[in-house]
Design a protein around this ligand. Structure first.
Ligand code: GAR
Length: 210
């Protein structure tokens, strides 16, 4: 069966990438296949995870680019080389330009470590999100997987899962619980959901049904 060709964009440890690779290994990603991992920095451990699983892994070092435009041009060239159908932002800490996003309508998804529309948007990433949630005193937080549009964390929500905040939580402990209970569950589910949709659309286009 033909599968949606997936690129996972990462910046750091890559535990969400690992969740996707593991789901693929268990056969849970039946309509998609991870064919490329791209990092915006050379040192990301996520690249090592990809290589261990024989997935092509590419670092496009933003520091060696003259600016965002050059970075996105290189990224786009790689995505075209690998004929990518679906882009998954898994802890990718760079905000992509509207022009880039518009060239992949409904083809980019992102995992965010809070229940959007809370603790999201510009400046809310990684541990900062959990720090803000604890400072506010929320009793429930969670994770969201959403389509990416021009507004940071503003695209249509695909999946959400709530996670309890517990007494004595630190940002690190809360981050770990949100990952374990929500992100690592939701992201593979969303990847399969969107891959299935993309392949159905391709099939319909191919048979001239629409
Ligand atoms: C994850 O918690 C992800 O949701 C978050 O960064 C972490 C990356 O971890 N992303 C954002 O905050 C984006 N706004 P990972 O590299 O181990 O997957």
């Amino acid at each position: 069966m033909l599968k949606a060709r997936i690129a996972v964009l990462v910046s750091g440890g890559g535990t969400n990438l690992q969740a996707l690779i593991d789901a693929q290994g268990r056969g849970e990603l039946s309509h998609g296949e991870i064919v490329l991992v791209v990092s915006g920095t050379t040192g990301a451990y996520a690249l090592e995870r990809a290589r261990r699983h024989q997935i092509p892994a590419l670092a496009i070092d933003r520091k060696n680019c003259s600016g965002g435009l050059e970075f996105e041009q290189k990224l786009k060239a790689a995505l075209e080389d690998y004929r990518i159908d679906l882009i998954i932002l898994a802890g990718f800490m760079t905000i992509l330009s509207p022009a880039f996003i518009q060239s992949y309508p409904q083809r980019i998804i992102n995992v965010h470590p809070a229940l959007i529309p809370t603790f999201c948007g510009k400046g809310f990433y990684g541990l900062r999100v959990h720090r803000a949630a604890l400072e506010y005193g929320v009793k429930v937080t969670g994770a969201t997987v959403h389509y990416v549009n021009e507004i940071p964390d503003g695209g249509r929500i695909l999946l959400q899962k709530a996670v309890d905040v517990l007494p004595g939580d630190t940002p690190e402990r809360l981050q770990r619980r949100v990952m374990e209970q929500a992100e690592w569950v939701l992201l593979p589910e969303a990847a399969e959901l969107v891959s299935k949709r993309i392949m159905e659309e391709k099939e319909n286009e191919g048979c001239g049904c629409r």
